[in-house]
Design a protein around this ligand. Structure first.
Ligand SMILES: C[S@@+](CC[C@H](N)C(=O)[O-])C[C@H]1O[C@@H](n2cnc3c(N)ncnc32)[C@H](O)[C@@H]1O
Length: 252
């Protein structure tokens, strides 16, 4: 990691976004066990984009409360490991999983993905809106590459930068994000041996979810402000939402 990268510690994430009280309060906006705009519907959409895949073992990076991991396990009959650097997210998710008594098809780990290694490899690495927190993208992609089986794939969604503008720059700085352009991902992933399968610009759909959420449950003044400003950045062409499906080798 180069010295100019801002330091994003678990404590910073907890202070700025992911402390237990706010997680439980804000989850109402996204739907139970989800922590991103669009909730279950958007995760389903992301999985649809990968086509008819049959992964047996999946890793969800930045798994949050485990909603996407449960969805993936149910959809494919897969075993899903989730990893998240936030102890608050993992604690809530683990206690819910234990009370659901759903067996061991979803297992959650408290770790930074950059240090994550249980010796297991995966058919699919999935992630929804977590990569923006991670500055060392080369290390991230290289870690994911080493966690994938031959013919494995990476399927993720994240915010992307469009037009340059002060509104987006302020937002990125405030939350210490590292958000890339669509083309940056293509170059980065190719450099690590990934081949592009499909990329979708989901910005319009994301904007629709934001507008819907503004009139939905759980909206307080803070989230009203967050979503109104996001819609403004989207209107200005600065803030976008991308879904990326990349594989190593030919599709299995
Ligand atoms: C916006 S939430 C999304 C949660 C979940 N993917 C969902 O869609 O419901 C982003 C998550 O990424 C996690 N995260 C951030 N940096 C991480 C890292 N370096 N390693 C693992 N998880 C990380 C955060 O703790 C947070 O739970």
């Amino acid at each position: 990691m180069n010295k100019s990268m801002p330091v994003v510690t678990p404590q910073f994430l907890s202070d700025s976004q992911y402390n237990q009280a706010e997680i439980l309060r804000d989850e109402r906006i996204f739907g139970r066990n989800f922590y991103n705009i669009g909730g279950r519907r958007e995760n389903e959409r992301i999985l649809d984009l990968a086509g008819p895949i049959t992964p047996a073992r999946v890793l969800d990076v930045g798994c949050g409360l485990g909603g996407p991991a449960r969805l993936i396990a149910d959809r494919y009959g897969a075993h899903v490991d989730g990893v998240d650097v936030s102890a608050e997210m993992i604690d809530i998710a683990r206690s819910r999983l234990a009370s659901e008594n759903r067996g061991d098809d979803v297992v959650l780990f408290h770790s930074d993905i950059l240090d994550f290694d249980t010796g297991t490899t995966y058919d699919l690495v999935f992630s929804n809106c977590a990569f923006l927190h991670i500055h060392d993208k080369d290390r991230l992609v290289s870690r994911i590459r080493s966690l994938l089986r031959p013919q494995g794939a990476l399927l993720f969604a994240d915010f992307c930068i469009g037009e340059d503008g002060p509104e987006m720059r302020d937002y990125v700085e405030r939350y210490r994000y590292d958000i890339r352009r669509f083309d940056d991902w293509d170059e980065l992933l190719a450099r690590h041996g990934f081949q592009r399968r499909h990329v979708e610009d989901g910005t319009e759909r994301h904007a629709e979810y934001c507008r819907e959420a503004l009139g939905g449950p759980g909206i307080n003044d803070e989230w009203h402000d967050v979503l109104t400003k996001r819609l403004d950045r989207i209107d200005r062409g600065q803030h976008r939402w991308g879904i990326f499906h990349y594989g190593i080798g030919a599709p299995a």
